[in-house]
Each structure stands twice: as C-alpha cells, then as structure tokens.
Design a protein around this ligand. Structure first.
Ligand SMILES: C[S@@+](CC[C@H](N)C(=O)[O-])C[C@H]1O[C@@H](n2cnc3c(N)ncnc32)[C@H](O)[C@@H]1O
Length: 396
C-alpha cells in the first residue's frame, strides 16, 4: 500500500454517461494533472492529498478508484494466481474486512460475481496459509474495497477509495418516489451556469436535490462535507492529519454570501422530505420552501433561473402528460418573462408540448434513465413552436 499511494499515482473518477467533459474540468480545477476522458470515467494523476480532496469536493464523481495491478487472465487459475502474487499484508490486516466488486466485458469469463469471488478466495487463502486466520467479508463497510475490471483478457485491480457511491452526500436519507440523483442535479446546475448571482427557483422541487446542490455550488460547500466515511479512511496508509488538513481547507473555502433560492411543490409529504434534507444539509436559512402548485407560482424577481424536473408522466395517459407539459410552457410564457427556464425530463414526447423555442437541448442521464435537458430563454415575445420539432445544435 505504501507504494501505491505515495508520490504521484494514477486515479480514475467514475461518473455517469455524458458527464465526462464536465468532470474533467472539475478535476483540473481541483488540481488533477494528465487527465484523460474515458467512457463514464476520467483518469488523472495526483498525490494522496488530491485523492482525499477529490473525494471531498467532487460533485460529479461516483467513485475514485486507484488502479494498482494490471494482468492478463483468460481462466480462473490465471486469475487466482495473479491475485495470489500480491502481498496482501501490505493492504489489509488479517483482522480487517474486505469486499470485492467485479466488472466484466470478456469472452473468457461469464459472471462478474464469480470473478469477484475468485479474487476474494485468493486473498483470504493467502492470509489463512500464513496466519491460520482470514479477513472477513463485509459488503457494506469493509476496511478494503477492491474493484476488479476485466476487459477481454486484460484485468485491472483497483482500490476503491470512496467505498459508498459519492452521490450519497449525507444529507438525504428519505427520498420521494422519483428523486434526482445528486450527481445529475449538480451537473444540470453547472450546465445552466448558475452561480448564485441571480435568484433560483424550482417549481416542482420534490425532495429538493436541485436546490441543495445549487446552494452548495454557490456557497462552495464541498460536495461530501457531510459524509461520515470514505473508503480510504480504513486503509493501512490512512493519513489522519492530512485528511484533517484537507477538510479544514474545504471548510475555510465556504462562502458566506446571500442567495435567493426558492423551492415549491404541490405535495405536502414531498415538501416535508425536502425540508428535512435542507435542514440536514445545514441550508435551512438559505433555501425557502412553499407549497404552491406550479400553475399558481409567480417569479420573485424580474429575472432569474428556473430549473424544473417535472414528473415524467410514464404512468399518465399520453394526453394527460402532454396537457401537463403544455401547462408548463404556457406558464413560462405568461409569467416568467426575463427568466431562463430549464426542464429535465425523460418524456421527450411530452416535452414537445411545452411548445417554446429551445435555446439548448442537452442529453443528460439520471442514473440509467436517458433524459433531455432543455433551455427556454423567456423574454417578451418568446416564440411559440407549433411544428413541435425545434432544430437542435446536435441535429437530433
Ligand atoms: C420528478 S419529481 C421531482 C424530483 C426532484 N427533482 C427531487 O430531486 O426529488 C416531480 C415533482 O413534481 C411535483 N408536482 C407534480 N405536479 C405538480 C404541480 N402541478 N405543481 C407543483 N409540483 C408538482 C411532484 O409532487 C414531484 O415532487
């Protein structure tokens, strides 16, 4: 372990599809060097301080992996032998706990769970031979989480420095039925370019994810400020002093500036969840929540940014979903002149019923769900679109 995270080393930040360019920018801002984009990931280099810093600050990463062993394997024995060749005493105590995640795209192996099991067997067998004892498996909170990725005959073994996915920020325990992933919410706020200078509203705020991520961005609150634990904290080379320094720097960077952030929703129950999340995030004095149906919402300033993630309406009859989205478009046109309005939805058909000229149409994934994120610049005389197929930059 000493050798893996001493000096400069390679790391891989995993993310959601489509967020690679935004993530690369974020990593560069945090001090990463030699960045390279991959599918759903960005690799980069840095030292242990950067590893801790990225875990604390990255809004767009799901995991930070540290790849440390590459090998070729086309069968179980080769896999087992390669894993056995590592001196596991350097990475884990015999009294520690272990978890292995497997990921596979190979003609030689069939099941990701099987390669994870083989890896675990090789590790615990090594301990048992040496000490007549073995580390236990703990899939939730292990001292060491490993990630084995096999592409055809090429395997990469990585340390998982985050353990739990980094979208679990620590402010959300309760969720409504269709909460937005925190990474998606942070990404769409960044896509809008909102920085706190203007008011922000979410007229269908659900559990408040967009509002919370936006406030954290504007106030420069580290994304994972509230998280209790990261994987690297139980590694044998964990540097508690360094982690305290990184956290202290993160805290010192938090801004104290006035923000105007309002969320509303039609449902009391959902607003209760939003309220609890906002409180847990320490943002009760920053984010104002009200029960208002969007149909009755009025803007609180002559201009600002309205971001909404309406119900996708899959369970509604198509006509009902179309009428609901038409109401949204009518409302934008009637009452939100001067505002930038953004809508995130996976219901592309219903989105056409908004019938306003889009100025940007972006593809965004909410977890595995493919969504569109459309911008409508509202000004006196914003054009109605009746042919329902506005032109796009990407020509989609
Ligand atoms: C997809 S959810 C939003 C999820 C939210 N972004 C989050 O992170 O939890 C859609 C929300 O729209 C709300 N909603 C539905 N119809 C509404 C209306 N007419 N006015 C205001 N809110 C409405 C629902 O109560 C629900 O909370």
């Amino acid at each position: 372990m000493k050798n893996i995270t001493s000096g400069q080393f390679k790391m891989i930040a995993k993310t959601q599809q489509g967020l690679e360019p935004l993530l690369e920018k974020e990593l560069l801002e945090l001090g990463a060097v030699n960045t390279q984009r991959h599918k759903r990931a960005v690799s980069f280099e840095g030292n242990k301080r950067l590893l801790y810093k990225v875990n604390l600050h990255s809004r767009l990463s799901l995991k930070i992996l540290v790849p440390f062993f590459n090998f070729k394997a086309i069968n179980d024995k080769q896999l087992y032998d390669a894993i056995s060749s590592i001196n596991w005493d350097d990475l884990l105590s015999v009294n520690g706990t272990l978890a292995v995640d497997g990921l596979l795209r190979s003609d030689y192996f069939n099941h990701s769970q099987y390669i994870a099991l083989k890896t675990k067997d090789a590790i615990v067998d090594q301990f048992r031979e040496k000490y007549k004892k073995r580390p236990d498996v703990d899939v939730v909170n292990p001292d060491l989480r490993l990630n084995l990725h096999i592409f055809q005959d090429t395997a990469t073994l990585s340390l998982d420095s985050s353990n739990d996915s980094l979208h679990r920020r620590g402010y959300r325990e309760d969720a409504n039925k269709a909460p937005l992933n925190e990474v998606t919410a942070a990404a769409i706020v960044k896509m809008c370019g909102w920085n706190g200078a203007e008011p922000l509203m979410d007229g269908m705020c659900g559990s408040g994810t967009i509002l919370i991520e936006a406030a954290m961005i504007a106030l420069n609150i580290p994304a994972n400020y509230l998280r209790k634990r990261f994987g690297f904290q139980s590694w044998l080379d964990y540097d508690h002093q360094l982690w305290q320094e990184v956290k202290h720097e993160g805290k010192a960077g938090i801004k104290d500036i006035p923000l105007k952030i309002n969320g509303s929703d039609i449902s009391w129950d959902t607003l209760e969840i939003a309220k609890s999340n906002v409180e847990k995030a320490g943002l009760a004095g920053v984010i104002k929540l009200d029960k208002i149906p969007f149909e009755n919402l009025t803007p609180n300033a002559p201009k600002g940014c309205l971001i909404m993630n309406p119900p996708y309406g899959e369970r509604l009859e198509l006509e009902e979903a179309n009428a609901f989205y038409k109401m949204i478009g009518d409302k934008f046109k009637k009452d939100f002149s001067g505002w930038q309005a953004w809508v995130l939805s996976s219901n592309q058909n219903a989105m056409k019923s908004i019938r306003l000229k889009t100025s940007q149409r972006l593809l965004v994934f909410n977890g595995p769900l493919e969504c569109k994120f459309h911008q409508y610049e509202m000004y006196q005389g914003t054009k109605r679109v009746f042919d329902a197929e506005p032109k796009t930059e990407s020509g989609e």
